[in-house]
Design a protein around this ligand. Structure first.
Ligand code: FES
Length: 511
């Protein structure tokens, strides 16, 4: 067993205590209901409650339980899809506005930390985008020029990033990037939402939103109903929009490892290479005795890897080459990234709705995109102009040949996944499924998702994804069923973990 495989997946951030939310008195009706208590939902709630709106946040489980808790927590305005690409897609002005919105997002996180006294380790650091081979240097030089046009003031082109291994080529230094502990930040934000009169109701899983105009009525799996003039769906993948938005973005798994290192052996900064998918690196000090190097990357489309363990293994190999200071692996986890076909998130009115808003397409910048959502949606709710409204409009059309090409590529890929109806199963009989594992088994005309738990009990489910009928696949690292079409994920026993599906895999009988 490799060193990597011996660690069960667990995010570094999800280990703290949460305040008690139980004694909240819900508003009879709200000005705004926000679905989801990740960074997008809670930033929106905070800014709206501060302006005096009656805000209710409905959260299916705990704040940050979704992708906010799975990030590596880089706060960067150096956008990973690159300013050369953004200029091609949105012109120089669009590229400038995109960079500006992420700079503002970092600034506003900093000012919220100061105003609300949130102790989440927020700190400014430099970011380095570096090449690892000669052929990337020309691309890097073009990115340097495009980033300057996008409004970066103090950029520097360097012969190399400040790393010991000297395995890297030239680098751009982006000043004024930042890092923090994302769930400590969410805790502070939750307390501040409540201070300004907002409600945060946990274990309220919204399963339906009725109406296309105000007032909207929301129903939860727990049987409660709630009404509001405005609704924000901040659930990473918008469950209310069953089809259109999922043709404009694709779900990817991304992998993260943390390594013990000696304090001071790597300069504190953010680091990104230029590969596709790229690698991302930062430092974190959980206490005065421990320093960790957090390294992420090796992404693949959700449900489309034969062996996700290989992603962790490749990540370890890459890390040891570029950061020889890395010691033992401390923990590992993975997260879900929604990649829009044209690089920028979708934040604004759900197409066809006047006062129902969505936030999705985090594109590897979930923390800043989530914060931008708070600022932008607060302006839309208040009917104020916002300079980023058009740029992030969920109804925008693909503007260039390259985004149209990406749109077609992703949708052809989805269509091809439906071949699984006719492909052979993993195993021919449920009895062959090993303990602690899952496999797809054919049963007559049906495909079944079969998991055998550690008490030797078989859990037999339909393999058909309840979103739009894809056939799920077993993820042996995370012990989940992942849909290769639009990224819905389910626990080994079939409970939904990631949307767009909102219901569990159906139970199936063997007869
Ligand atoms: Fe859309 Fe499964 S996520 S079909």
């Amino acid at each position: 067993m490799s060193k990597v495989a011996s660690h069960s997946p667990a995010s570094l951030w999800k280990n703290g205590e949460w305040p008690n939310f139980a004694d909240q008195v819900p508003h009879k009706s709200s000005d705004v209901i926000i679905v989801g208590a990740g960074i997008a939902g809670l930033t929106s709630a905070y800014l709206m409650a501060m302006e005096g709106l009656r805000v209710t946040v409905l959260e299916a489980s705990q704040p940050g339980e979704g992708e906010t808790g799975n990030t590596s927590a880089h706060l960067s305005s150096a956008l990973d899809d690159r300013f050369t690409e953004l200029e091609e897609l949105f012109g120089e002005e669009g590229s400038f506005l995109a960079a500006e919105s992420h700079r503002w997002a970092i600034d506003i996180i900093e000012s919220i930390c100061l105003r609300e006294n949130i102790d989440c380790g927020f700190e400014r650091v430099d970011g380095y985008l570096f090449s690892t081979e000669e052929a990337e240097n020309e691309e890097l030089r073009k990115e340097f020029e495009a980033a300057k046009r996008a409004g970066f003031q103090d950029l520097e082109m360097l012969p190399a990033p400040p790393l010991r291994s000297q395995k890297q080529g030239a680098a751009i230094r982006f000043p004024n990037q930042a890092q923090f502990h994302p769930l400590k930040y969410l805790k502070g934000l939750s307390a501040a939402v409540q201070k300004y009169g907002g409600n945060i109701l946990l274990n309220h899983e919204v399963i339906d939103i009725h109406g296309h105009a105000a007032p909207y009525t929301l129903t939860t799996r727990q049987g409660t109903t709630h009404t509001a003039a405005h609704v924000v769906v901040a659930t990473n993948s918008p469950f209310n929009n069953r089809f259109v938005m999922h043709t404009k973005q694709a779900a990817y798994r991304t992998y993260i490892l943390t390594f013990a290192i000696e304090a001071g052996s790597v300069n504190k900064a953010l680091y990104w290479d230029m590969k596709d998918p790229y690698h991302y690196v930062r430092l974190y000090q959980p206490n005065e005795h421990q320093t960790l190097l957090i390294v992420g990357g090796e992404d693949h489309k959700t449900g489309q890897s034969e062996d996700p363990d290989q992603s962790f293994e490749k990540l370890e190999t890459w890390t040891r080459k570029h950061f020889p200071e890395a010691g033992d692996i401390v923990t590992r986890w993975s997260g879900q990234v929604l990649e829009p076909v044209d690089c920028l998130a979708f934040i604004g009115r759900n197409p066809g709705d006047e006062q129902l808003y969505i936030v999705t397409g985090d594109s590897g910048h979930g923390l800043t995109h989530g914060t931008i959502a708070g600022m932008l949606l607060n302006d839309l709710v208040h009917k104020r102009n916002n300079p980023w409204e058009k740029l992030y409009d969920p109804g925008r059309k693909a503007k260039s040949f390259s985004s149209l090409k990406e749109f077609l590529k992703e949708n052809i890929n989805v269509a091809l996944q439906y071949r699984d109806y006719f492909s052979p199963a993993d195993l021919s009989r449920p009895g062959e499924v090993p303990i602690g594992e899952g496999a797809i088994v054919r049963h007559g005309l049906q495909k079944l998702a079969v998991y055998r738990d550690h008490d030797n009990e078989l859990h037999t489910l339909s393999a058909v994804c309840p979103h739009l009928g894809g056939i799920v696949r077993w993820n042996k690292v995370e012990k989940t069923w992942d849909c290769p079409c639009h990224g819905s994920r389910f626990s080994c026993k079939g409970e939904v973990i990631n949307g767009p599906a909102i219901s569990n895999l159906n139970k199936a009988e063997l007869h």
